[in-house]
Design a protein around this ligand. Sequence first.
Ligand SMILES: Nc1nc2[nH]c(I)nc2c(=O)[nH]1
Length: 258
Amino acid sequence: MLAEQAAEAIAERTGVPRHRVAVVLGSGWQQAAAEIGAPHASIAMPELPGFGRPSAQGHGGMVHSVTVNDNNVLLLMGRQHLYEGYTPQQVVHPVSAAIAAGAEIVLLTNAAGGIRGGLRVGEPVLIADHLNLTARTPLEGARFVDLVDAWDPELRTLAKELDPSLGEGVYAGLLGPQYETPAEIRMLATLGADLVGMSTVLEAIEARSRGARVLGISLVTNLAAGVTGQHLSHAEVLAEGQAAAPRLGKLLRGILER
Ligand SMILES: Nc1nc2[nH]c(I)nc2c(=O)[nH]1
């Protein structure tokens, strides 16, 4: 119900009855949003039913409506995380609302730690599959959602046509807010994770449960703990995101133009 109420508010406040695509812009991706196009309507998230107040650092807290080649696109600047104390349902609410507002495709972006050898800081990586290690789910009741091809193969092929240098990886979603120990990173590598972060997996599950297609892109903003022996800092994470913004913006715009 709350998703439908938020969807009505979005349609009313933007003047756009349906937005066919929704993009969640995570840490480091906000600057890329400017390359997508100038919004013709913007709403502060707290003004929408059920939207919390995204944490200050790295997240904009705005919903923008932009048009890209006749496609009405909803940009969700920032997200809510489990580590901020939100429930799984609150974490996925913006995605639920965007789908209720018409989104058939949900593009989830995030910043992540790189685990696999060869990943470089500043590199965007397509999400090919995920490990939900949050021990949480946004689903309630007997909603046995199939997650095979949850990360849409056709959309991944499209993204790779646009940027052939794009690699793919398995994203492990953890609770956070602490980063992993080197031993935990070795464990995640053994489990088959290439990337690690604190978001995205619940949103993907919710989107699939509502029949939307999902494309995910992680920006590697640090090499995971122990991969280089360096210490991790959130400030570095944000700085790396800013540096990669032009390439990310070009990629996002290319995807949205198709
Ligand atoms: N859990 C986890 N989340 C992250 N987010 C970013 I940016 N880097 C990391 C990381 O190394 N571990």
